[in-house]
Design a protein around this ligand. Structure first.
Ligand code: RFL
Ligand code: PHB
Length: 394
């Protein structure tokens, strides 16, 4: 088989890149190791920044998102038993975010791919990338007992944190920065109305919690839990009970509980790979960087990578210019480090770290008080949360 761009991974990064390339008349094949149903069963992101919304529109898949997505103009921070609102819209001169689940966005992209009759291989085993340091990269894989090879001009590594692309780069050519946090997030999805119409981020003596949502009838809640906890040990009842203990009184009264549709524990990690380009292979999204979910940045950083990569490849094929692909890594990393910084900082502000004394909790409370009561402090949170302008800082 031959294609212009071989995309590894059919998560949001790979599917969005495939759609943008197809719109520009560039041929791409996506190779994914899981089934489509498996990809859709992973419950992840919920918050889209404007950059992500605009890109989905550019890809021509924004229709359902605009119909069903919920616009959020603020978030609430709960500490010391009291809720405080950050008015993102006022503080940023009109910017907002949208609640639209990663599952829905992935489904829209999958449907668009089927409608346009674009080639996606699901259930590919033993995917391997070859010769990306030459002018003739190749991808090989097996499916249903048969071996396949794809010749291509470029490989896009959109295969997430555990993918094969980054792992195939010689160690001497890559630098990895990593921090693993000493706790995880236990998430629960349920068909119950959200406790509040905006998200509530909670710093409580019992640990962090987050009240999020997918729609007016579907809620997503998270609890900070020790890494040693197993999801099977958490009954729904135990989850709701622990959440109640971390909420303020009003939210506790409003909380509607119900059976979980999904429950899982996610570890928290900050991770960046430098660079993001290796000859004719590029890394995009979680394949190149991970943030702890506290700042809701992961999918949005992935979208910016895809924006820069799609534009660079389109420029290469239409104008025969390599300037976009040469600038790709540096351009992305500038934005990624700012998203990493915010996610790391917000995680530190809101979580209880094991082995830290009571003075740390007092520092957090004083900092939260400062941020809430200082317009500059509140604006810092707001402008990062809604997403810094593209090319911020030049
Ligand atoms: P994905 O989604 O991991 O997709 C990678 C795909 O590659 C496939 N793959 C392979 N395919 C072929 N061969 C191989 N060897 C392969 N190895 C892997 C995988 O099966 C998979 O289908 O990466 P992508 O596309 O870069 O997307 C990134 C996002 O999924 C991620 O950043 C977000 O979910 C992060 N995130 C959030 N981001 C936000 O912007 N806002 C949020 O509110 C938000 N909340 C979250 C989150 C992530 C969470 N978890 C579970 C880590 C909340 C949570 C709890
Ligand atoms: C979610 O709804 O899954 C979600 C929202 C905001 C975050 C993290 C996760 O910061």
């Amino acid at each position: 088989m031959r294609t212009q761009v071989a995309i590894i991974g059919a998560g949001p990064s790979g599917l969005l890149l495939g759609q943008l390339l197809a719109k520009a008349g560039i041929h791409a094949i996506i190779v994914e190791r899981q089934t489509g149903d498996h990809v859709l069963s992973r419950i992840r992101a919920g918050i889209l920044e404007q950059v992500c919304i605009d890109l989905l529109d550019e890809a021509g898949v924004g229709e359902r998102m605009h119909k069903e997505g919920l616009i959020h103009r603020g978030i609430e921070l709960l500490y010391n038993g009291k809720r405080n609102r950050i008015d993102m819209e006022t503080l940023t001169g009109g910017k907002k975010v949208m609640v639209y689940g990663q599952t829905e966005l992935t489904k829209d992209l999958m449907d668009a791919r089927v409608a346009a009759d674009l080639h996606t291989v699901y259930g590919a085993h033993g995917v391997a990338v070859h010769d990306f340091d030459s002018a003739k990269p190749r991808v090989t894989y097996e499916k249903d007992g048969k071996s396949y090879e794809i010749d291509c001009d470029f490989i896009a590594g959109c295969d997430g944190f555990h993918g094969v692309c980054r792992a195939s780069v010689p160690r001497r050519s890559i630098t990895e920065y990593e921090k693993v946090y000493p706790f995880g997030w236990l998430g629960l999805l349920s068909d119950t109305p959200p406790v509040h119409d905006e998200l509530i981020y909670i710093n409580s003596p019992r640990g962090f919690a987050l009240c999020s949502q997918r729609s007016k009838t579907r809620s997503r809640y998270y609890l900070q839990v020790p890494l040693t906890d197993k999801v099977e040990e958490w009954t729904d009842e135990a989850f709701w009970q622990e959440l109640r203990l971390r909420l303020d009184e009003k939210a506790r009264d409003h909380l509607v509980t119900g059976q979980s549709i999904e429950k899982s524990i996610a570890p928290l990690r900050s991770f960046v790979t430098e660079p993001l380009r290796f000859g004719r292979m590029f890394l995009a999204g979680d394949a190149g960087h991970i943030v702890p979910p506290t700042g809701a940045k992961g999918l949005n950083l992935a979208a910016t990578d895809v924006k820069y990569l799609s534009h660079a490849l389109i420029e290469y094929y239409t104008d025969k210019s390599e300037s976009g692909i040469n600038a790709y890594s540096e351009r992305c990393l500038k934005r990624i480090w700012k998203g990493e910084r915010f996610s790391w900082w917000f995680t530190h502000l809101m979580h209880r770290f094991p082995n830290e004394g009571t003075i740390e909790a007092k520092f957090q409370e004083a900092e939260l008080d400062y941020l809430i009561h200082s317009e500059a402090g509140s604006r810092m949170i707001a402008e990062n949360y809604v997403g810094l302008p593209l090319e911020f800082g030049g």
